[in-house]
Ligand binder design. Structure first.
Ligand code: NAD
Length: 469
């Protein structure tokens, strides 16, 4: 499989893909080592995962370099790498407490029976990840699953696979870890084979693929933890601090060139401050430049996936055809073969436009005025998605009230996309944005266990013959 370089558009990397047969061989090997891994206990697994963090830090430059080529991003690749290390250390710190034994207790419903609860990890967890934050999203489920005592078969995206080689090399330097963590390279076919061979699948990606994964998981009678797309709304109240609000909107909607699931993609603003919000957004965005030539500086990186660039263009054209006005950016520019786009503010939008209903996954900021808060909340909730969102107001109590009424799993108050910085808050993805348990917080660890009950009879149960019916 040939892989495209997002900075110059050339196909300069070849990915050797795993056949379905190779995937099932890896799965079999991982299942055979899981029990020994589980029996070593959480303290031992923490030690091994902390060793992984140390080894990754030693090899950081190699991994960050490949990640930079994968994504076309230099600074964000460093931040992503640091985030991955923080994730490993954070899970190593918090997991042991969640493994503490539950004391045996008498049953309330039958006091002669004692209950001993046990946690049984799934044998083999399959992880399938997307291209937008390749390393972090590959590890976000892998790390807690390993700590829980599972083996893991991980398939990163075929769009950004260069980081796999240096990551796998580090894992191989820790033989015990390599016996419970293996990698699958490839696209849909390899991913489908993975789903056929694991005991639970964690998937991060698009709604369309998530639905296919859910159906294949159902056929195999395994659980599917799905983290899918979003169309995150922001509601800006009339009393919002516009300096803070515009900074947060630009950072959330256009940071990482808008290629994040929790990017703000719809802004609803009180009509009284619509024009001032737009002029401040435009003023700030007019200072943003591409970093196509690192020597010349600039902040905006390229769009990673050329097919996504086509979708963004389609949505913008559809909105213009239906009466929208583009205030900044608006065009995808070809620079040295890469696809580049400045933060794009669009006004005069409505929910007839795909720009307001479908995930964009680019640096586009459509802004719509509302008359009253009931209308704003109704517009925010008029979506198939329910990943996250934002509320901006100087009245904290009112902001929290409005946040509670948005039908989504994680709402940032007076900021945007806080769910990509805070890993220890439990949150579900609502509606089409996901299914089955929180990946964040304690649940992101405990969901890798089945709970088992040992029911110990302490009295002498009467024989059936001596019982009155
Ligand atoms: P995608 O659905 O195209 O691909 C994701 C992964 O699924 C890739 O590894 C791909 O190879 C694999 N795949 C494709 N078809 C498959 C099949 N039939 N069976 C098994 N695996 C298959 O998504 P993408 O374009 O890589 O990522 C972008 C999407 O991910 C966006 O919608 C974004 O919102 C979402 N995302 C969600 C979160 C979250 O936490 N909710 C985080 C990041 C990205």
């Amino acid at each position: 499989m040939k892989v495209r370089n997002p900075r110059n558009g050339t196909y300069d990397y070849t990915l050797a893909i795993d056949s379905p047969n190779q995937v099932s061989h890896k799965a079999l090997a991982l299942k055979s080592t899981q029990q020994a891994w589980n029996s070593k206990g959480i303290a031992h697994r923490v030690k091994v995962l902390m060793e992984l963090a140390t080894m990754l830090e030693i090899k950081s430059e190699e991994i960050i370099n490949q990640l930079s080529i994968d994504t076309g991003r230099r600074k964000i690749s460093r931040i992503e790498f640091d985030g991955a290390i923080g994730l490993i250390k954070g899970r190593c710190y918090s997991s042991p407490k969640l493994m503490e034994e539950v004391p045996i207790r008498d049953s309330f419903s039958n006091p002669t029976v004692q209950i001993k609860q046990q946690r049984v990890p799934y044998e083999l967890v399959g992880v399938i990840s997307p291209w937008n934050f390749p390393l972090l999203l590959a590890l976000i489920d892998t790390v807690p699953a390993l700590l829980a005592g599972c083996s893991v078969l991980l398939k990163p995206s075929e769009v950004t696979p260069r980081f796999i080689d240096p990551l796998e090399a580090v894992v191989k330097e820790i033989p015990e870890l390599a016996s419970v963590l293996q990698f699958v390279r490839g696209g849909a076919e390899s991913g489908a084979a993975l789903v056929d061979n694991v005991d639970v699948v964690c998937f991060t990606g698009s709604v369309a693929t998530g639905k296919i994964i859910a159906m294949n998981a159902a056929k195999n009678f395994i659980p599917a933890f799905l983290e899918l797309g979003g169309k995150d709304p922001a509601i800006v109240l009339a009393d919002a601090n516009l300096e803070i609000t515009t900074d947060a909107i630009i950072r959330s909607a256009a940071g990482a060139t808008g290629q994040a699931c929790q990017s703000l993609e719809r802004i609803y603003v009180d009509e009284k401050i619509h024009d001032s919000l737009i002029s401040l957004l435009v003023e700030k965005i007019n200072k943003v430049t591409f970093n196509a030539d690192y020597e010349k500086g600039g902040t905006m990186g390229p769009l990673i996936f050329d097919k996504q660039a086509d979708k963004i263009e389609e949505q913008i054209n559809d909105a213009i055809d239906k009466g929208a006005q583009v205030k900044t950016g608006g065009k995808i520019e070809n620079i040295d073969g890469g696809a580049w786009m400045l933060p794009t503010v669009v006004t005069q939008v409505n929910h007839e436009m795909s720009l307001m209903t479908e995930e964009t996954f680019g640096p586009v900021i459509p802004v719509m005025a509302y008359k009253d808060l009931d209308q704003a909340i109704a517009l925010a909730n008029d979506s198939d998605y329910g990943l996250s969102g934002s509320v901006f107001s100087s009245d904290l109590e009112e902001a929290v009230r409005v946040a509670s009424l948005i039908d989504a799993g994680g709402i940032s108050v007076n900021d945007g996309s806080l769910t990509n910085q805070v890993f220890d808050a439990t949150k579900n993805s609502f509606k089409l944005s996901g299914l089955n348990g929180s990946r964040m917080g304690n649940d992101g660890f405990t969901r890798f266990f089945r709970t088992k009950a040992l029911l110990i009879q302490t009295a002498h149960p009467k024989s059936i013959h001596s019982q009155e019916e």
